[in-house]
Structure formats: C-alpha cells, structure tokens
Design a protein around this ligand. Structure first.
Ligand code: GDP
Ligand code: ZN
Length: 464
C-alpha cells in the first residue's frame, strides 16, 4: 500500500496561527490548479495556462457570492519538481486570521479536502520524494529551537543519516550474499570456518558503525531539546546578572515558551552552538531568588533534574555556610563554579576550591565588567561535546525512534556474535543478521509498517 500515487487534493494553512504580514494557504494534488482557478481572477489570465514555478498576481473571489476575499500572489508548481511530487499551489494572502481562514474555506468548498497534520510531508514520503528519516527531519526543523538544532535537521533532510544507514545495510546485504554463495557452492573443505569468520568480522564492523551513531545520540538530544541548566547561588551573588548577560549578548534567545505549568518559563540561550534551556528563570528574573524562595533542601531536588549546574559564588566574600551547602548539594553533578565579582578584591580564590572541583570547572567572572563569559562557553562545549561543536559535518542522532532502533540493532548483532561463539549453524545466525538489516531499514522507512507511518505523520503540525 506504500506505492499509492493517486491522491485527492488537500489544502491547509501553512503559516503559523495568529497575525502575520502574510498568510499562506497550500494545496497539493491533481486538482490543485483547477480548484484555485475557480476562485482566481486576473483579467483573462488562467492559472491553468501559466508556466510552472511562477508567481502570479491576482484576486481571489468567492464564486458563489462573488465577494472578493483577498489580493494574492499565487505560486504554481507542477509535478514532479515539488515538495510532494504532486501539483502544488501556494497562495500568499494578507496575514491575519480572518483572511487566511476565509481563503481556506473557499478552497475547501471548491473541491479540496482539509489536510491532516503532516499530510504534505507524508505524501512527499509516499511519492518517494524523501525517506522517513528526512520526513522526521522536517518535523525537527519545525520544532528546532536553535540554529544548531536546525543545522542538524537540515543535514538529515539532506539525507546524510539515510546515506549512512544505507551504507551499513549494504555491508550486511553483501555479507549475507557472500555467505549464501559459500554455502551453496562450497569450494573449500573449511567453508564453514571461512564463512563464520567472515560473518564475525562483518558483524563486528557493522556493530562498530551503529555504536558510533549511537554515540552521537546524547549530543543530538542536547542539540534538539537543550541542555537543562540551573543557575544557583545564594542571594546577590549575580545570578540575575548572569542570566541577563547571556540573554543580552544575543546568544539569541530563541523563544519564550510557556512551560507546562503556567508559572514556569523556559528560556533558551545559545552558547557556542549549544542550546541551554534555563530552568526556573522566572524566579531569577523577578529577582526573587530560587534559593531564597525554595530553600537549599528543595533546590537540591530541582538540581537533580538538571544536566548542568552553574553555581555562582561571590568571590569578594568568604564562603558562607549556604555556599558550602550548595557546593555539597551539587557535588556529584555536571557543575561549573563561577567565582563572580572578580572586579572586587578577592576573598575566595580558585585554589580555595581545589577540594570541590577540577580546576578547569572553576571560572572567575565579572558580570559587571563582562569577564569570563567566553571561558564559560568554552567549558560548556568541552564538557558536552568534547569541544567539537564547531564540527559541522557530524551527523547527530537525535530522534528517539532512531535511537531505539539502533539499540535493537546492536542487540541483534550481539545475538549474531553469541550465536557464532556457541557454534550455532550459519543459517540460524543469518536470521539475526537479517533482522539487524530490517531494523536499520525502519529508520529510513525502507521496511516500515503502515500503522507506524500514520502515527508518525500525525505528530506533524497542520499544514506541513
Ligand atoms: P542575584 O541575587 O544572585 O540574582 O544577584 P544579582 O544579579 O541580582 O546581583 C546582585 C548585585 O550584585 C547587583 O547589584 C549587581 O549589579 C551586582 N553584581 C552582579 N555581578 C557583579 C560583578 O561581577 N561585579 C560587581 N561588582 N557587582 C556585581
Ligand atoms: Zn536575582
């Protein structure tokens, strides 16, 4: 059923909900041009006659009431060089909820069907325009919170991951073929031994590649979801100042996203390409300090959920019992200690913290004079990317489904290896090797079930 190539014509609003300078309604399908032609007026010009991949000025009227809906620019893109490989029409109209909705209504009344979430992308997949990992990249792009995450998704959209997976699958396939030949046409007496040796080598090779991919998963997750970061310290050490510095330097906050509860605000800051998701910044911003408000005991709990702790100390004052409590509470975690207010006379030096931390994770800063922030950024990159964030070519696995499949693949490959160890017959061992090949195929959608597809594409935003 994956080879269906005939579809009805679908339509949806492609721009995000709410006010905007322009709104876009998109159609895809055989009747896309004809449907819009029923509404479109520009002298005697008909969209049916215009060249493909052109933008056309005109007006949209409701053919029933003859009422003008909007002044528009209509892009006509004929199959197959379109996102869905079908005829695609995009209508740019004036932004604003009413105009876009009236336009969509008119289109639906004239023969198009409202698209389901993700249906445009699903068609691109079903029509062979993109593979599954690329379809998922589209979804990631929509959700990307930082440039960096967007780069990763774009690379995946380019097919980087798909190519890697296909290469690995090819190794498995070649090996299986060779094993088959060895068994069918035994040239040597020790064919069993030779075949087993080959299988073992190739299984190890493939396992190495898959594990390498999994290695990037942690980084991928960080790039995608942000590094959950807690800024802690007793009152007046400079937490709000740090936050404001990070934000003001336009390490680009990407968004202010209302969190799951109404009183938490998630704020993203981009530090050297690593998105930090700052936890509980609402509390810090209101200068009602986290520690003051919730106490060391409870902040201990908040700390457990963070990937990274930035602990601020005021280096112009002796360490207080509260400082010590916070040092203890965060001792087992990924922590960077900031000795802030380095512009003032020092009472605490990095040497005083030798028992608490590795020296590179203690950084003298001055929020007042903007000292030390570059070191902080460098240290964060070091800790989570071994300094590699500049590497633009890496393919990061960031998708949960992909990670699960890669883990299953490793398990299948381990079965192969233990089967060989246990002297199991080659044809039994082959089954697990073939299973690994199938699992990898599910990443690219080369072996994939309908149900999974429906579920996957339903996660998309409407209009994509
Ligand atoms: P918070 O209570 O931990 O959020 O601390 P704030 O960021 O609100 O800062 C408390 C006070 O310390 C403010 O008056 C800041 O201007 C000041 N402050 C913050 N960082 C520095 C610094 O590096 N040097 C100096 N001299 N003052 C600072
Ligand atoms: Zn504060």
């Amino acid at each position: 059923s994956l080879n269906i190539t005939e579809f009805d014509t679908i339509a949806a609003i492609s721009t995000p909900p709410g006010e905007g300078a322009i709104g876009i309604v998109r159609l895809s399908g055989d009747d896309a041009v004809a449907i819009v032609d029923r509404l479109y007026q520009a002298g005697s010009k008909r969209l049916a006659d215009v060249a493909s991949h052109t933008i056309n000025y005109g007006h949209i009227y409701n053919p029933k009431t003859n009422e003008m809906i909007d002044e528009v620019m209509v892009s006509v893109m004929r199959a197959p060089k379109t996102f869905t490989r079908e005829d695609v029409v995009e209508i740019n109209c004036h932004g604003g909820v009413v105009s876009v909705n009236r336009l969509l209504q008119a289109i639906l009344q004239n023969g198009a069907r409202m698209a389901e979430p993700g249906e445009f992308t699903k068609r691109a997949f079903l029509n062979g325009r993109i593979d599954l990992s690329q379809a998922e990249a589209v979804m990631d792009l929509i959700r990307a919170k930082t440039d960096r995450a967007m780069d990763v998704a774009l690379r995946q959209l380019d097919g980087d991951l798909s190519n890697l997976i296909r290469n690995i699958r090819q190794i498995i396939l070649n090996t299986l073929a060779e094993v088959e030949v060895n068994i069918d046409y035994p040239e040597y007496d020790d064919v069993e031994e030779v075949t087993t040796k080959l299988l073992k080598e190739k299984t190890k090779e493939v396992k190495g590649h898959v594990e390498q991919l999994l290695h990037t998963a942690k980084q991928g997750k960080i790039l995608r979801e942000g590094l959950e970061t807690a800024i802690i310290g007793r009152p007046n050490v400079g937490k709000s100042s740090l936050l404001n510095r990070l934000i003001r330097e336009e390490k680009a906050i990407v968004t202010d996203i209302a969190g799951t509860t109404r009183d938490t605000i998630e704020e993203y800051v981009n530090v050297n390409g690593v998105p930090l998701k700052l936890v509980d910044t609402a509390g810090i911003r209101e200068t009602e300090d986290v520690v003051e408000r919730i106490g060391v005991e409870r902040s201990r709990k908040a700390l457990q959920e963070a990937d990274l702790i930035l602990l601020l100390l005021n280096q112009s004052e002796e360490l207080s019992p509260e400082d010590i409590a916070l040092l203890e509470a965060s001792q087992q975690m990924n922590r960077i200690i900031l000795l802030n207010k380095s512009d003032l006379e020092a009472r605490v030096t990095p040497a005083d913290l030798a028992n608490w931390s590795e020296p590179e994770k203690v950084i003298s800063t001055s929020m007042l004079e903007q000292v030390g922030l570059d070191l902080l950024e460098k240290q964060i990159s070091e800790m989570f990317f071994a300094g590699e964030t500049g590497e633009q070519d890496a393919t990061y696995i960031s998708n949960v489904r992909h990670i699960a499949l890669l883990n299953d693949t490793v398990a299948a490959l381990e079965e192969v290896l233990s089967g060989i160890e246990a002297d199991m017959p080659v044809d039994l061992v082959q089954i697990d090797f073939t299973h690994a090949w199938e699992l990898l195929g599910e990443i690219t959608g080369d072996t994939v079930q309908d149900e999974l597809l429906t579920q996957l594409f339903s996660q998309f935003c409407l209009g994509k």
